[in-house]
Write a protein that binds this ligand. Structure first.
Ligand SMILES: Cc1ncc(COP(=O)(O)O)c(C=O)c1O
Length: 376
């Protein structure tokens, strides 16, 4: 074996020994309690049919966009879609990216400069950390959802300061005290950036717009791969921010633009979201049903969350794996989230609820969780 092969083998062996070796598995047809398809858009025949009609007689290149947005891949359709989505979220402008990962890497690598400061919640998504690392700015974390901890870091900030939060956290499902964090951010002359990946859906235009704070936020990130059931993302903000990103965000500039069928899917998904009162009500109903069905149990507490993401702490990789295996044996697709993905002691099962989960499935889910460990 050469040195590179040796290196790869030893890293993989380390992973196996630590019990967190990752493998890909195709869906096993279990009942979905783990996907981000909160409203069922990804599997909606109605949405697929609308997309087919939208692109059927379109004179534009259908299969591929033919180039980057700055060369041959830009369409009036793309720019109109950006304006429509920005208006939907009460934003002046927006710029599409090929994924939420690309959007965050592009935004955070290009806006903060050497000498500036990024302060983010300790549970912030990896795509924001990766972007921030590329930026050469100073980077601090503050304790999860803790305004005092944020203030301590704001006092140390140098240059232009950006505070970054998620409106619904992807691994915990909880929401930050946005008003308090915004107030502090403003008090210290910093700029708040909010990733709304998991909020859009339950809150159609996102939590920030629902709270009437859209014009107070420097930038928002909305991804289309979760409740919208598609793929891609948009950075929302001012016209100036959009122009800046077109000029400096490398994950926007140096990549082939999304194909028309992807844009059409996003456009139709926004149309569907506007008519989705019933699905959103069904999702809320299912979230409450799940929470009401759980026995309060100090050994496996539920993280406080009003969102579609509900987590039960089990405090060890083994227990988290054991409970997710029991649920899967019962046909329920629930995944364990292990350390080091989450901190040691915060290992958990993460349940994603959907508008399309049935009463019986949720009853079965809570039953298996409530009786876990009783037979021992
Ligand atoms: C909070 C958050 N931001 C960004 C992303 C990345 O979005 P995408 O899956 O579109 O790359 C995710 C998805 O995992 C996320 O949870």
């Amino acid at each position: 074996m050469n040195t590179a092969d040796n290196f790869i083998k030893s890293k993989l062996d380390d992973r196996r020994t630590a019990g967190n070796y990752r493998t890909l598995k195709a869906g096993a047809g279990l009942i979905d309690f783990c996907s981000n398809d909160y409203l069922g858009f990804a599997r909606s025949a109605k949405l697929a049919a609308k997309v087919a009609v939208e692109i059927l007689d379109c004179p534009l290149p259908l299969n591929g966009s033919t180039g980057s947005r700055l060369i041959s891949g830009n369409l009036n359709y793309t720019e109109e879609l950006e304006q429509q989505i920005a208006a939907f979220h009460q934003s002046e402008a927006g710029l599409l990216f090929n994924s939420g990962y690309d959007a965050n890497v592009g935004l955070f690598s290009s806006i903060p400069q050497k000498g500036d400061t990024i302060i983010h919640d300790e549970l912030i998504h990896a795509s924001i950390i990766d972007g921030a690392r590329l930026s050469h700015a100073n980077r601090y974390t503050f304790r999860h959802n803790d305004p005092d901890s944020l203030e301590a870091k704001l006092k140390q900030a140098k240059g232009i300061c950006y505070v970054v939060i998620e409106s619904v956290y992807s691994m915990d499902g909880d929401s930050p005290p946005i008003t308090a964090l915004l107030k502090l951010t403003e008090q210290y002359g910093a700029h708040l950036i909010v990733d709304e990946a998991h909020a859009v859906g339950l809150y159609p235009a996102g939590l920030v717009a629902t709270m009437g704070l859209a014009d107070k936020i420097f930038a928002r990130i909305v991804t289309f791969g979760k409740a919208l059931g598609c793929h891609g993302a948009i950075v929302l903000g001012s016209n100036k921010l959009r122009e800046y990103l077109i000029n400096f965000a490398r994950s926007f500039i140096y990549t082939t633009a999304a194909p028309l069928h992807q844009l059409a899917a996003v456009k139709m998904a926004y149309g569907l979201l506007s008519e989705s009162k019933e699905s959103i009500a069904a999702l809320k109903f299912n979230i409450n049903l799940f929470k009401q069905g759980l026995d309060v149990n100090q050994n496996q507490p539920l993280i406080a969350s009003d969102s579609a993401i509900q987590c039960i702490l089990l405090n060890s990789n083994d227990k988290a794996r054991e409970l997710s295996a029991s649920l899967q044996q019962q046909g329920l697709d629930v995944r364990a989230i292990l350390s080091p993905t989450v901190a040691k002691g915060a290992e958990r099962i993460r349940i994603c609820l959907h508008a399309y989960n049935t009463y019986e499935h949720i009853e079965k889910l809570t039953y298996v969780i409530n009786t876990f460990g009783h037979a021992k």
